[in-house]
Ligand binder design. Structure first.
Ligand code: F6R
Length: 595
């Protein structure tokens, strides 16, 4: 979704803004722009193009204050006129905005009746006009504050005003962070866009506004001036550089062994947190997970793990489909899972669950996200910033966190815990083995790239991985992929099978193995090309399948983690083979802040 940036200081603002916009590209966008304060007014440059194309068109100017934006169209088509920044009459005020405004039509009509002329179809454009209108009777500082108090809906806003050596920001419902430098301030939708410049951040809360100069930050919380809290971020956990990898997606998959190690390192803290949750609830008797997209597929793991291992009934709900009709029953824990912590559908479901009396735990990769703030308990996955639109290491971190939750539960015996931890600790090395043997994945990917459709199947714990594999494939390779529980094939999808539709089977060596092998025979009988992801030395599978991608042996219960890495790499290399823009797939946004 839209990305915001801003700069005030001693550097050339245009250079900083273009650099930060490139770091926000991962959020997905269709147009971009910057606005700069100059001695003779505000200069706006914007278009429906990539950031580097806009930068090439821009003639360098000497300005130390500016704002920038990547737009993912919601209100008004993706055109140059609708691109941000938006400015008031005569370009006296310029604004960038992330979010959607409610009830903006009456405000717009009122402004038009006062002589304001609008140039776009966006809701955003009312903001610079409102500020300009307010400035007729008050200072620029008060005019911005009043305008941000007048608009309704979700927004993160950055504004500049002609002849003011200041940068104005404010937010309700959308993320915005101030990066603190020496005699300079930065603004962005997320801290990783600023990681090159600073590790000191102020995370704005809803209804905060701030006035920034190179040497001061005046923060207003609900209108009252408040001392800003500066947080120091670990550089490693805020690193968003490619470090020699051709794509962020590949780099992020290669960070997965570290993600497992970090999860294991945190297990004592999680045990303490879970003991507190268990005590507050008088024992966890039921779990409801709430999530969207890949995070939903991660959450499906809990539906298998918690009943099987802890005997706790668990229901996985899609954030976008959650109907909060039932009152929270005693002992029910709602767990909302979201890497960004900003997904509108998940937040809405989480808030509804809380309103219905459920205790809410958030599992998120972003500590200060909206979801984290709405929750009673927060577990932060430490995957580090994920730039590629297709989620990989964060999905693995969510799944690893859910396994840890099971291991941290007070009812699990010490013996079982230690045994499971030993197997868990081997996973980073086993994932590295998958990387070493990537050639077999690359050759299957080259084969897969020529098909239009593919079906992923699995049973039990690996079923969510089949769903995730199919989602990854469609997102970045644009091949239509569907994930099915293998037993469901004969209930309909069989009609699709044939030479044109390869089946990718995730084989786990558990109680479902024999039934899955029967399903694979059925697939072969219908002449569909069969690709199996399976442990080494399985003759039954190598005799049946046309291609086998082998994974190291682990306990069947942990096999989804290794299989996840394989389906991610398969999608990645298929997309590379097709020459697709792997990190920024068409029509997709990284953080989905609209319902
Ligand atoms: C898929 C993907 C999306 C997200 C979904 C939820 O690769 O990235 O399906 O998983 O938009 O996002 P979060 O986890 O931020 O709530």
């Amino acid at each position: 979704m839209c990305g915001i940036t801003g700069y005030i200081g001693y550097k050339n603002a245009d250079k900083v803004l273009f650099d930060c916009l490139k770091r926000l590209e991962y959020r997905g966008y269709d147009s971009c722009g910057i606005a700069l304060v100059q001695s003779d007014g505000i200069k706006v440059i914007k278009d429906t193009c990539r950031v580097k194309e806009l930068e090439a068109k821009h003639k360098k100017v000497n300005s130390k204050i500016g704002i920038g934006h990547t737009r993912w169209a919601t209100c008004g088509e993706p055109t140059a006129a609708n691109a941000h920044p938006h400015s008031s009459c005569g370009d006296k005020v310029a604004v960038v905005h992330n979010g959607t405004l409610d009830q903006f039509i009456p405000l717009k009509e009122d402004l038009i009746s006062k002589g304001h002329v609008f140039k776009s179809e966006t809701d955003t454009e009312i903001i610079p006009h409102l500020i300009e209108e307010n400035m007729k009777t008050m200072s620029a500082d008060d005019a911005v504050k009043k305008a941000l108090g007048t608009i309704q809906g979700a927004f993160a806003v950055a504004a500049i005003v002609q002849n003011e050596n200041k940068l104005y920001v404010g937010k309700v419902g959308c993320p915005l962070v101030i990066g603190v430098g020496d005699s300079e301030c930065y603004v962005a939708s997320d801290s990783s866009a600023l990681s090159k410049y600073t590790n000191r951040f102020i995370y704005l809360k809803d209804h905060d506004t701030a006035v920034l100069t190179p040497d001061s930050i005046k923060l207003f919380r609900n209108g009252k001036e408040t001392e800003p809290e500066i947080e120091l971020l670990d550089k490693n956990l805020n690193d968003a550089e490619l470090h020699g990898y051709p794509h962020f997606m590949l780099k992020e998959i290669h960070e997965e062994p570290r993600v497992i190690t970090t999860t294991i390192d945190d297990i004592d803290d999680l045990t303490t947190l879970l003991a507190m949750v268990d005590k507050d609830l008088g024992g966890i008797r039921m779990i409801k997970t709430l999530a969207c997209g890949s995070s939903y597929y991660a959450s499906l793991m809990m539906r298998y793990l918690a009943p099987q291992i802890l005997g706790i009934p668990t229901f996985a709900e899609l954030g976008s489909e959650y109907c909060s009709l039932t009152k929270g029953q005693k002992g029910t824990l709602a767990i909302a899972i979201s890497q960004s912590g900003e997904t509108a559908d998940t937040i809405k479901a989480a808030k509804a669950a809380k309103a219905n009396g459920y205790k809410l735990m958030a599992i998120t990769n972003v500590k200060n996200s909206q979801l984290a703030r709405a929750a009673d308990y927060v577990w932060t996955t430490k995957a580090g910033p994920e730039v590629s639109v297709a989620a990989t290491k964060t999905v693995l971190s969510q799944i690893a966190a859910l396994y840890s939750l099971i291991l941290a539960h007070p009812s699990l015996s010490k013996l079982n815990k230690e045994d499971a931890m030993d197997t868990f600790r081997k996973l980073p090395d086993q994932i590295n083995k998958i990387f070493e043997n990537v050639d077999s994945i690359i050759s299957v990917a080259s084969y897969l790239a020529d098909f239009k459709d593919a079906i992923y199947i699995a049973r039990g714990l690996n079923y969510p991985i089949a769903l995730e594999g199919a989602l990854k494939l469609k997102e970045i390779s644009y091949i239509h992929g569907e994930g099915y529980a293998a037993g469901e094939l004969k209930h309909g999808p069989f009609a699709l099978l044939g030479k044109e539709v390869p089946v990718i089977a995730i084989v786990s060596h558990d109680e479902n193995y024999d039934s899955l092998v029967t399903n694979l025979r059925e697939v072969k009988t219908r002449q569909a090309p069969l690709i199996a992801i399976s442990e080494e030395n399985d003759l039954t599978i190598s005799n049946l399948a046309d291609y086998v991608i082998t994974v190291p042996h682990t306990k069947p219960i942990l096999s989804p983690i290794l299989n996840l890495v394989v389906v991610q790499l398969l999608a990645y290399y298929t997309a590379v083979k097709k020459g697709n823009p792997v990190d920024f797939p068409r029509n997709l946004a990284k953080t989905v802040t609209v319902e």
